[in-house]
Write a protein that binds this ligand. Structure first.
Ligand code: NAD
Length: 375
């Protein structure tokens, strides 16, 4: 789990190997699932204390309880790191469970995330299709984080030349640093600005085989009468206008060759009214409209335009509930929320539609949501 250079981390890990023999529990590390950390007599109190210091408790870790601790690193936008895991491991090693005054009784009573009837299913494992994107140039927006990064990674590992686009240069650098031998072109760009859109297309060159419009932002969950002009403009600018501008620049090149696949990212909020605030819901319905209109118009020209509607995915996306009225209402619809997945589960759906495996599919809005939209 730890990089070779990380001596602190290695020391902490080996110290924990010794601890395993004394506590009888498997050693804690970045590969340990969150729920196993919480159930551990030393790891549990340390993790709960750390969560409490961040104003959280174990119940908030429930959506990610089946994730290995290290999976939180790319999702945390720099707030969590291998060093932090090493620190937690070292603190757990130093913790003496026999010392009753170290953790209040009520805290240790919530020693684990509350178990429910959920059957524990195996984690999704990517099966890379060697060469599926060989010889193809694919633009991926939002490649600095979350679903965009996982998609860019999948396409590049399957042989594609990826034009990795994001506002966030640090995220792009991290992503490219993870894949030094792959064909990835970094473009720091804001998709809402025409000059940046032009720069993205220039970086791609004359032949663009695919475009994954993934960059997007959430709103603050406000209902129509509480939406500020700023929130409306910001969300529509990125989720709808940016996607539109980049597609408008790419489609003429695809039309020249009568070939090309575009995958737009909508959301559950593009399928119904109960998954987000008004601005985000409107923007993601706009994505559905852009997808269907384009699929209808350009299908006979050899282009395919589809959309993926993700359910809950653990990424760096930020949302706030700024309206008590909407929060109360929306939370009733969250009662049947499926277990969140990692971004690579969405990358699998997006890569399928982008690739020639999706050759007979045009104009679909594909929910990739564990069945949430079937409720
Ligand atoms: N995470 C979920 O549960 C979820 C659910 C449904 C839909 N989605 C959609 O999936 C897409 C990806 O979201 P994510 O969850 O991976 O979020 P994320 O925040 O991890 O990644 C989004 C990326 O888009 C980039 N970005 C934002 N505005 C940009 C702009 N103007 N120009 C260029 N890049 C920009 C951000 O810098 C970020 O790196 C979004 O369209 C989002 O609406 C996410």
């Amino acid at each position: 789990m730890f990089g070779k250079k990380d001596k602190t981390a290695q020391a902490a890990a080996s110290a924990t190997d010794d601890a395993a023999t004394t506590s009888g529990y498997p050693p804690l590390s970045g590969d340990t699932k969150i729920k196993d950390w919480l159930a551990h007599p030393q790891g549990g109190p340390v993790l709960r204390r750390t969560l409490a210091e961040a104003g959280q408790d174990a119940s908030q870790a429930k959506p990610v309880q089946g994730f290995a601790m290290k999976r939180l690193i790319p999702m945390s936008k720099g707030q969590f790191s291998e060093e932090k895991i090493a620190e937690l491991v070292a603190m757990a090693e130093a913790y003496d469970p026999a010392s009753a005054d170290q953790e209040p009784a009520e805290a240790s009573a919530q020693a684990t995330v509350e178990e429910d009837e959920t059957i524990e299913l195996p984690d999704f494992e990517e099966k890379v299709t060697e060469g599926r994107f060989s010889g193809k140039t694919i633009i991926v927006t939002g490649a600095g984080s979350g679903i965009g990064r996982a998609t860019a990674s999948r396409v590049a590992r399957e042989g594609g030349r990826v034009i990795a686009v994001d506002l966030n240069e640090t995220g792009l650098d991290e992503f490219i640093g993870e894949h030094p031998s792959l064909d990835i072109v970094k473009v720091v760009a804001n998709i809402t600005r025409q000059e940046d859109v032009d720069a993205i297309v220039a970086a791609a060159g004359e032949v663009i085989d695919g475009l994954a419009n993934i960059a997007g932002i959430m709103d603050n969950m406000t209902p129509l009468h509480e939406v500020s002009d700023e929130m409306w403009d910001k969300v529509m600018a990125v989720n709808a206008t940016g996607l539109f501008k980049l597609s408008r620049a790419v489609i003429p090149l695809m039309l020249e060759r009568h070939a090309g696949s575009i995958v737009n990212i909508t959301s559950e909020a593009g399928l119904r009214g109960s998954a987000a605030g008004l601005a985000y819901t409107a923007s993601k319905h706009a994505v559905v409209g852009i997808t269907k209109s384009s699929a209808f118009i350009y299908g006979p020209q050899g282009l395919r335009i589809n959309a993926v509607a993700p359910g809950p995915v653990i990424t760096g996306i930020q949302a706030s509930f700024d309206s008590p009225m909407a929060a109360k209402r929306i939370q009733t619809a969250m009662a049947v929320l499926p277990t969140p997945v990692g971004p690579e589960s969405l990358a699998a759906s997006i890569a399928f539609l982008l690739s020639d495996d999706g050759h007979n599919i045009n104009g679909v809005i594909l929910p990739s949501d564990g069945g949430w939209s079937a409720v």
